[in-house]
Design a protein around this ligand. Structure first.
Ligand SMILES: [Zn+2]
Length: 487
C-alpha cells in the first residue's frame, strides 16, 4: 500500500535545532548570583577592613546594577515572579504530572490581541509563550498539523499528508472521517501514555478514534467527534476527569475547539466574527482555569494552548485558473488531488512529471496567465527542504506553492466571494499560531522564540517523564524550555 517510505519513523533528516532563548531570565539570575558571591577574606587587620569595604562597594554596585537590569527587563514587566523560577515547582495535590493540551483551530498568531483575552493573558503572564508564535508544519492544514503536534513527525512520516488524499498504491481515499489504522503512522501521545500504563483522555483530536496498539479509544476518555457538543460541555467533561480517583486521572488530556477556524474560512482573518470567536475561546479557557482552581489544582496541571495554523484573507481577484494554462498544457481535473492552497497533481503513469512542471511554469511565467506569477510548480523532490514534504508515496509527484492569499481553481466561474484560507507555505507569518504553556515546569512570564510544532511531542513526554517514540522533534528542545526538576 505504498507505505515503504512512510514506515521509516526514525528521523531521516536532521531536525532543525530550535532557537535558543538567550534572554532566559532564570539563567541571567544564576550567573549574576555567582558573580556577587563574596570571596572569603584571607588576611586579618586593616587590610581586611579595606578589603571588606571594597568588597561591600562592589557588592552594592552589583546589586544596584542587577536590580536595574531585573526591573527594566521585559520579562520582569510580564511577571515580577519570573526570575524566581529556577527549578520546577513541586506537586502537592496531584500524584503525578498532568498535561491538558488545548487546540483552538485556526487561531492565527495575533488573534489574542483582537479581543479582550484576560484568561489567555493570565496564562501568558504567568507562563511561557512563543513570543512570535508557533510555526505549523507544511501543509498548514488541520489534520496534518494536529497529527504532527501529537506525534512529533512531519506529515511525510506520520502519513496524514493532507486533509484528504488518495493512496496511489491501493486507490483508497483518505478523508477526515477515515479511522482505519493503516492511514495513521507514528505514535500519538495518547498511545505513548497508555503504553506506559498511564491513563490518557482525548476530548477530540484528529486520529484519536483510531484504535491501534494499546489505545482502544474508550468512550469515556475518547468521545467520537461531534461538532454539536457545546464548547462549555467539552471543558466540563475534561474537568470531570480530575474528579476521578488519583490513579485514574489522565496524565494527558486533549481539548479541541473548531473556532476561530470556522469563522475564518467564511469571513477571512479580519472581521468582527473573528473577534467574537476569539473572545469565546478565551471564556472557555477561563472556564477551564476556574474549574481547576476550584479543585485546587490550577497551579499543578500543565496547560498547553496551541493552534494548528493561522488564517489569511482570500478573494476572488486572487485566483489562478488551471484552464488558462491550456495553450501550454491541459491539466484535466482527474490529475488534480487537491487544488488550494496546496495544489497537488498526479498525472497518469505515461506522462512525464518534469514535462508537466516545465510546461506549467512556461505558461505561469509568460505574463499571459492571470495571477500566474503567484503560483510556482515543483517536482516534490525539488521543494525547499525546510518543508519536509516529499518522503511519502502519498504526496503527489507535482506540487504547486501559492503566494499568500491566492487560490487555484480549475475554471472561471461567476462566483464572487471573499473568505479565508490556510495551507500555504509555513514560512508565511499569517500561517503562524500560538503557543502558551502554564504549569509547574514552565517559568513565569518567559518568552521563547518561535519553533515548529513537531517539538511539542518531546516537550510533553519530558513533562510526563516518560520515554517517547522516535520522532522529528529535537531531543534537546525540552531542556531549553522546561525548568529543571528540583531534585
Ligand atoms: Zn481550516
Amino acid at each position: 500500500m505504498g507505505t515503504a517510505s512512510l514506515s521509516i519513523l526514525a528521523p531521516s533528516k536532521p531536525s532543525p535545532t530550535p532557537e535558543k532563548d538567550p534572554s532566559n531570565p532564570s539563567t541571567a539570575l544564576l550567573s549574576e548570583e555567582s558573580i556577587t558571591a563574596p570571596p572569603r577574606p584571607s588576611k586579618p587587620g586593616s587590610f581586611l577592613f579595606t578589603f571588606l569595604l571594597v568588597l561591600t562597594c562592589i557588592s552594592v554596585a552589583f546589586s544596584v546594577a542587577f536590580a536595574f537590569l531585573y526591573f527594566s527587563s521585559p520579562a520582569s514587566r510580564g511577571s515580577p515572579k519570573s526570575t524566581l523560577d529556577v527549578v520546577a515547582r513541586p506537586l502537592s495535590k496531584l500524584k503525578r504530572p498532568a498535561v491538558i493540551l488545548i487546540s483552538t483551530d485556526g487561531f492565527r498568531f495575533g488573534f489574542q490581541f483582537k479581543a479582550p483575552t484576560p484568561n489567555i493573558g493570565r496564562l501568558i503572564a504567568n507562563g511561557t509563550e512563543a513570543e512570535t508564535g508557533l510555526i505549523p508544519v507544511f501543509p498548514t492544514l488541520t489534520f496534518p498539523n494536529h497529527y504532527s503536534i501529537v506525534t512529533g513527525l512531519y506529515p511525510a512520516y506520520h502519513g496524514i499528508i493532507n486533509n484528504y488524499f488518495t493512496d496511489p498504491a491501493t486507490g483508497d481515499f483518505f478523508s477526515m472521517h477515515s479511522h482505519e489504522p493503516k492511514w495513521w503512522l507514528g505514535e500519538p501521545l495518547w498511545e505513548t501514555v497508555v503504553n506506559h500504563g498511564l491513563p490518557a483522555a482525548v476530548y477530540f483530536w484528529p486520529g484519536s478514534e483510531v484504535k491501534r496498539g494499546n489505545w482502544s479509544c474508550p468512550p469515556y476518555f475518547c468521545p467520537n467527534f461531534n461538532d454539536s457538543v457545546p464548547f462549555a460541555d467539552r471543558v466540563d467533561a475534561v474537568l470531570g476527569y480530575f474528579d476521578l480517583p488519583s490513579d485514574e486521572i489522565p496524565v494527558f488530556t486533549t481539548l479541541y475547539f473548531e473556532d476561530p477556524d470556522h469563522q475564518g474560512h467564511k469571513v477571512g482573518a479580519d472581521d468582527p466574527q473573528i473577534t467574537d470567536a476569539v473572545a469565546r475561546i478565551d471564556q472557555m479557557i477561563g472556564r477551564l482555569i476556574d474549574g481547576l482552581e476550584s479543585r485546587g489544582i490550577f497551579e499543578e496541571v500543565t496547560l498547553i494552548l496551541v493552534g494548528d495554523h493561522g488564517m489569511v484573507g482570500t478573494c476572488d481577484k486572487k485566483l489562478v485558473f488551471l484552464d488558462d494554462l491550456a495553450p501550454w498544457i491541459e491539466i484535466p481535473q482527474s490529475w488534480v488531488q487537491s487544488y488550494s492552497p496546496l495544489l497537488a497533481i498526479r498525472p497518469p503513469p505515461d506522462v512525464s512529471h518534469s514535462d508537466v512542471v516545465d510546461k506549467m511554469m512556461e505558461g505561469l511565467s509568460s505574463g499571459k496567465v492571470e495571477n500566474g506569477k503567484n503560483l510556482k510548480m515543483f517536482l516534490k523532490e525539488d521543494l525547499p527542504e525546510r518543508l519536509h514534504y516529499h518522503a511519502s508515496d502519498r504526496i503527489s509527484p507535482i506540487i504547486g506553492l501559492l503566494e499568500e492569499g491566492f487560490k487555484v481553481e480549475q475554471k472561471r466561474s461567476k462566483r464572487k466571494e471573499c473568505g479565508g484560507a490556510h495551507g500555504y507555505d509555513n514560512a508565511f507569518f499569517s500561517m503562524r499560531t500560538i503557543f502558551v504553556a502554564h504549569g509547574p515546569q514552565f517559568a513565569r512570564g518567559r518568552k521563547i522564540q518561535s519553533f515548529e510544532n513537531v517539538h511539542i511531542y518531546n516537550l510533553i513526554t519530558s513533562i510526563l517523564k516518560i520515554k517517547g517514540a522516535a520522532n522529528n522533534g529535537s531531543e534537546t528542545f525540552p531542556s531549553s524550555v522546561l525548568l529543571p526538576s528540583a531534585n
